[in-house]
Design a protein around this ligand. Structure first.
Ligand SMILES: [Zn+2]
Length: 354
């Protein structure tokens, strides 16, 4: 038997620790005792949010919402970094709110990387230069970095559940679940240390995933359904009591959640698809990044704005959500041409013809 977690030097700090852990492409219905035992255990002595929402099924914009506390049409990251969008310089990022703290980010895929501005303000920003890397690398580097002589803000991102799904399962659905299990197992050494340090921890996802239940399956960027926009969320830490929270929160609440206080529930959530393809959403036009569905969601129903088709209700008629949709500005043109750059780095879009 080696030393217990509590005996590791990194597990000891008299200073505050605040940690954001993001599992890319992790669906809300894949937070469970069976699939994610480490995070489930965390939720049992902390808060589990049953209604947490992502603004968009794209990695860079959704993480930008977590790091800025604002929506994509406010922070400027409307699309993944390789599409030439990024966080506006005027918007404050999470580490910039922690002056005097040690701040470290350890990410596992290019879309969560520095292109697009997510690296601004961190003392240490560590991620792959191309494609993706195993979450275990990010965890190992984070544990090596985590200082004990200062308060520390940490962001660790793991990419395992993102396609292509690897595993032994016979179906894509089974292999996706295996990737979720692997992400939880990968994070266990980190979560054990953070618990020993009595850190404030938020574990969530940037977006979910459509499995086999929609016309366009095994993707996230083309859908505004709950499979994509609902995300799992757990908070644990000093002063946080064991509870299941049904009030609605969004990824833009993450900076406030990390501060440890109570979060005011909201009654309306606005989300957007990352792009549109007529095969996925008949009637959508133009296809591509500029042809997005925008949706205002309440517990009663939802109002969708679909380019080329107009607005329509899903569920109860909810036309009074019109002003909410009106408040979302049109998407600007990208301010950087990074597509060729991103391709040269090995990160390209999934095929559009599936
Ligand atoms: Zn993602």
């Amino acid at each position: 038997m080696g030393p217990s977690v509590d005996e590791l030097p990194v597990a000891k700090s008299e200073h505050e620790t605040v940690a954001l852990i993001t599992i890319d492409t992790w669906r809300a219905d894949h937070l469970s005792k069976e699939l994610t035992p480490t995070i489930w255990a965390l939720s049992e002595s902390g808060e589990r949010y049953e209604n947490a929402w992502s603004p968009m099924g794209l990695t860079t914009p959704a993480h930008a919402s977590m790091l800025t506390g604002s929506m994509p049409w406010e922070h400027g990251s409307w699309a993944n970094n390789h599409h030439g969008y990024g966080v506006n310089q005027s918007v404050v990022l999470l580490p910039e709110r922690y002056e005097g703290w040690a701040t470290g980010a350890f990410v596992s895929a290019y879309p969560a990387g520095p292109e697009g501005g997510l690296d601004r303000g961190w003392e240490v920003f560590d991620g792959p230069q191309t494609g993706e890397r195993a979450g275990a690398v990010a965890v190992e580097r984070a544990l090596k970095w985590l200082p004990s002589d200062r308060p520390a803000l940490l962001w660790v991102h793991v990419y395992e559940p993102h396609g292509p799904y690897e595993g032994r399962g016979m179906s894509e659905r089974e292999r996706y679940a295996e990737e979720v299990q692997l992400a939880d197992k990968t994070l266990k050494p980190l979560i054990d240390v953070l618990r020993a340090r009595k850190a404030t921890i938020v574990v969530t996802s940037d977006h979910g995933e459509v499995l086999d239940e929609e016309r366009c399956s095994f993707q996230h960027e083309r859908s505004i359904s709950d499979h994509v926009l609902k995300v799992p969320m757990v908070r644990w830490g000093p002063g946080i009591e064991s509870s299941v929270i049904t009030g609605w929160v969004g990824l833009d609440d993450v900076p406030a959640l990390l501060k440890g206080g109570a979060i005011a529930a909201r009654e309306v959530w606005v989300g957007q698809s990352g792009m549109c393809e007529s095969d996925c959403a008949p009637g959508c036009a133009p296809a591509g990044l500029q042809g997005r569905d925008t949706v205002a969601i309440t517990s009663e129903g939802r109002l969708v704005d679909r380019p080329g088709k107009g607005r329509f209700s899903v569920g109860q008629p909810v036309t009074d959500l019109g002003p909410t949709l009106d408040a979302v500005p049109p998407m600007p043109e990208p301010f950087m041409d990074q597509t060729d750059h991103a391709r040269s780095l090995g990160y390209i879009d999934p095929p559009t013809d599936r």
